[in-house]
Write a protein that binds this ligand. Sequence first.
Ligand code: RB5
Length: 141
Amino acid sequence: MKIALGSDHGGFKMKEEVASLLASLEHAVSDVGCFSKDSVDYPEVAQQVCSLVREGTAQCGILICGTGIGMSIAANRQRDIRAALCHEAYTARMSREHNNANVLCLGGRVLGIEVAFDIIRVWLTTSFAGGRHQRRLDMLS
Ligand code: RB5
């Protein structure tokens, strides 16, 4: 799968580890940065990842900041983006099954890396259930 990946400085360390996980799972990753611990502004990173998803260059996106909150707020301002901030595997699964989330947001300063990996594995392998959930998504557009 083609996955757009991005972080600010608060998510940089986790983003590097997530890039390795995705490569090991044989996904094609477009890493938009950041590429160091230097301070950057999360709205710009969120916009870059969301653009790749919206134009179809990536099938989905993963955004990481310190808490995941700023990235989720920024991503959900973009048309056709359904970004889910997840802290464990259950909400990750439901965000795909019920909400057809196309961007996953994680908090690099609040999640252990194994929990983050669990969330990502579940999120990438769960499909949208459709049906009544599609009707509800239609109401959002
Ligand atoms: C950066 O210090 C921090 O504010 C950012 O990573 C994020 O947590 C914002 O929501």
